[in-house]
Design a protein around this ligand. Structure first.
Ligand code: FAD
Ligand code: NAD
Length: 480
C-alpha cells in the first residue's frame, strides 16, 4: 500500500455529528476527510447517517403524510370540509419519503464539495497513531493519517434475542419506514420515541397498533403530567398501550403475504399472546463500535459499549475524539451537531462547548411532546425548591381555531430566584415552541422575563406567556 494520505482531521462517520464536525473543521481552514460506509436504498453511498437515511427525516416525512390522512377523517369535518373515499397510496407515500431522503443525503455530498471536505466511501478502522484504514466499496483499501481523528460512528438498533430482525415481519425502524402496505395489525415493543412515532404513523393509516412497554410508567423521562396527557390522547386515537408488559416470545408463522407473528407477553392480566402482521422492535439503540477500533489504539469502551470521552469529547488518546450517538448523552441528532461543532472548534484552538442542560427533547407525535431542562420529578429528587405555572391550549384562541386544543405548557422556575429551570409542553406545534425555553435558560432568564416579553396574538406561543404569568398566579386567561 502507498503512503497514507495526510489530513488535519479525519472524521469516521458522516451522520449529524460527523458531517457537522467535518464541515466546521473545513470552515476553520483545516484539511478534512470524512468516511462513511452507508449505502442508500439505491445501493449508492448515502451521507447523513441514521438521521437522514432511516431516522429523523424519513420518519418525519411519514408522520406528516399520515397526519394529513388522519386529519381528513378526524379534523376536516369540523371545518366543514367533506370528501369521498380518501385513500392512502403507501407506495407513493414511501416514494415521497425516499425522494426527500435522496435530496438531503445528496445535499451533504454537495456541502462537502463546497467546503472542500474529501469524502471516502467505505468502512473505516482506526489503528494506532491515528492511522485510519478504509475498505472502500469497490474492494480497494486506502490509508489515511490524521493529526486528529474524530469517531462519529453512531448507533444501531438493539435486537431482542427472541425477536431477531428479518427485515420483513420483525423489523426495526428501517423496515417500519418501508412497509409496502398498511399492516392490518402491528405490534410495537417499546413505548419510547421510535415506538410512539412510527406506531402513530401506521395507526393513522389504519393499522390496529398494540404497544408493549416493559416499564410500568409511560414516558418516564418526560414530565409526569405531560406523559399522562399524552397517554390519554394516544389512547383516544386508538393506540393500545400496554404498560408493564414483559415480552418473552415472537414466533413467525406462515409464508409470503400470509406471514404473521405471534407475540407472547405477560402483564397485570397474566400471560397473553397476540397475533399481528408486523412486529416493530424499538427498545433503544446502542453505540456502533463493531470493527471501528483495531488492537492497540488505546481508545476505551464503557460497559454500555460507548466510546469513553471526557466533557470535551476527548478519548484520552492524543488527538482522538468521539461524538454523537457512539458516546454518552442523549441519542439526538442536534446533540451530535453541537458536539461536532464543539470538537472542530477545540481542534482549531477555539473554546468549543456543549451545554447538556439545555438540549431540547421532542417527540413528533400528535399531540407533540417537547421539553427542556429539569422535570418536577428530578427537582424533587435533587431537593431544589421550585414553583410552576401551567396553561392549557384549550384556552389559547389560535389552538382552538386550528381545532387542536389538547395539551398544555408548564413553566418551572426556581422558588427563590425565579430562574427558569424547565419548560414542558404537550400540544400542537410544541416542537417549535420549546426553543423559547432553551433561549430563556441559555440567557439565564426568569419566569418573569418570559411573562414580560410581548408575544404576538393570536399565536400558540401565548401559552408560554400565560404559563409564565401563572408561575406568580397572574395569568390573565385562566383562574389562578
Ligand atoms: P449516525 O447518524 O448513526 O451516523 C453514523 C454514521 O457513521 C453512519 O452513516 C454509519 O454508516 C457511519 N459509520 C459507522 N461506523 C463506521 C465505520 N467504521 N466506517 C465508516 N462509516 C461508519 N434524533 C433527533 O434529534 N430528532 C429526531 O426526530 C430523531 N428521529 C429519529 C428517528 C428514528 C427512526 C431513529 C432511528 C433515530 C432518530 N433520531 C432522532 C436519532 C438520530 O438519528 C441520531 O441521534 C443521530 O443520527 C446520531 O448521529 P451520529 O452522527 O452520532 O450517528
Ligand atoms: P427509547 O429509549 O426511546 O425507548 C425504548 C423503550 O423500550 C423504553 O420505553 C424502554 O423501557 C422500552 N423497552 C426496553 N426493553 C424492552 C423490552 N424488552 N420490552 C418492552 N419494552 C422495552 O428507544 P427507541 O424508541 O428505540 O429510540 C432510540 C433512540 O433514538 C432514542 O433514545 C432517541 O434518542 C432517538 N430518537 C429520537 C427521536 C426524536 O428525537 N424525536 C425519534 C426517534 C428516535
Amino acid at each position: 500500500m502507498s503512503e497514507p494520505q495526510q489530513f488535519d482531521v479525519v472524521v469516521i462517520g458522516a451522520g449529524p455529528a460527523g458531517y457537522h464536525a467535518a464541515i466546521r473543521a473545513a470552515q476553520l481552514g483545516l484539511k478534512v476527510a470524512c468516511i462513511d460506509a452507508a449505502l442508500g436504498k439505491d445501493g449508492k453511498p448515502a451521507l447523513g447517517g441514521t438521521c437522514l437515511r432511516v431516522g429523523c427525516i424519513p420518519s418525519k416525512a411519514l408522520l406528516d403524510s399520515s397526519r394529513q390522512f388522519w386529519n381528513m377523517g378526524h379534523l376536516f369535518g369540523d371545518h366543514g370540509i367533506s370528501f369521498k373515499d380518501a385513500k392512502i397510496d403507501v407506495g407513493a407515500m414511501v416514494g415521497r419519503k425516499d425522494k426527500i431522503v435522496k435530496q438531503f443525503t445528496g445535499g451533504i455530498a454537495m456541502l462537502f464539495k463546497a467546503n472542500k471536505v474529501t469524502p471516502f466511501y467505505g468502512f473505516a478502522t482506526l489503528h494506532p497513531d491515528r492511522t485510519v484504514k478504509v475498505k472502500q466499496h469497490d474492494g480497494s483499501e486506502v490509508e489515511l493519517a490524521g493529526s486528529n481523528v474524530i469517531l462519529a460512528a453512531g448507533s444501531d438498533s438493539i435486537e431482542l434475542p427472541f425477536a431477531k430482525f428479518d427485515g420483513e415481519t420483525i423489523v426495526d425502524n428501517v423496515g417500519a419506514l418501508d412497509f409496502t402496505e398498511v399492516p392490518k395489525r402491528l405490534a410495537v415493543i417499546g413505548a419510547g420515541v421510535i415506538g410512539l412515532e412510527l406506531g402513530s404513523v401506521w395507526k393513522r393509516l389504519g393499522a390496529e397498533v398494540t404497544v408493549l412497554e416493559a416499564l410500568p410508567d409511560f414516558l418516564a423521562a418526560a414530565d409526569a403530567e405531560v406523559a399522562k396527557t399524552a397517554a390519554k390522547e394516544f389512547r383516544k386515537q386508538g393506540l393500545d398501550i400496554k404498560l408493564g408488559a414483559k415480552v418473552s416470545k415472537a414466533e413467525v408463522t406462515g409464508k409470503g403475504k400470509k406471514k404473521e407473528v405471534a407475540v407472547t407477553f405477560a402483564d397485570k392480566d397474566g400471560e397473553q399472546t397476540i397475533t399481528v402482521d408486523k412486529l416493530l422492535v424499538a427498545v433503544g439503540r446502542r453505540a456502533a463500535s463493531k470493527g471501528l477500533l483495531a488492537e492497540g489504539t488505546g481508545v476505551k469502551l464503557n460497559e454500555r459499549g460507548q466510546i469513553e470521552v471526557d466533557e470535551h469529547c476527548h478519548t484520552g488518546v492524543d488527538g482522538v475524539w468521539a461524538i454523537g450517538d457512539c458516546v454518552r448523552g442523549p441519542m439526538l441528532a442536534h446533540k451530535g451537531f453541537e458536539e461536532g461543532i464543539a470538537v472542530a472548534e477545540l481542534i482549531a484552538g477555539l473554546p468549543g462547548h456543549v451545554n447538556f442542560d439545555t438540549i431540547p427533547w421532542v417527540i413528533y407525535t400528535e399531540p407533540e411532546i417537547a421539553w427542556v431542562g429539569r422535570t418536577e420529578q428530578q427537582l424533587k429528587e435533587e431537593g431544589v425548591p421550585y414553583k410552576t405555572g401551567s396553561f392549557p391550549f384549550a384556552a389559547i384562541g389560535r389552538a382552538v381555531a386550528m381545532g387542536e386544543p389538547a395539551g398544555f405548557v408548564k413553566v418551572i422556575a426556581h422558588a427563590e430566584t425565579d430562574r427558569v429551570l424547565g419548560l414542558h409542553l404537550v400540544g400542537v406545534g410544541v416542537s417549535e415552541l420549546v426553543h423559547e425555553g432553551v433561549l430563556a435558560m441559555e440567557f439565564k432568564g426568569s419566569a418573569d422575563d418570559l411573562a414580560r416579553i410581548c408575544h404576538a396574538h393570536p399565536t400558540l406561543s401565548e401559552a408560554i406567556h400565560d404559563a409564565a404569568m401563572a408561575v406568580d398566579k397572574r395569568a390573565i386567561h385562566k383562574a389562578n
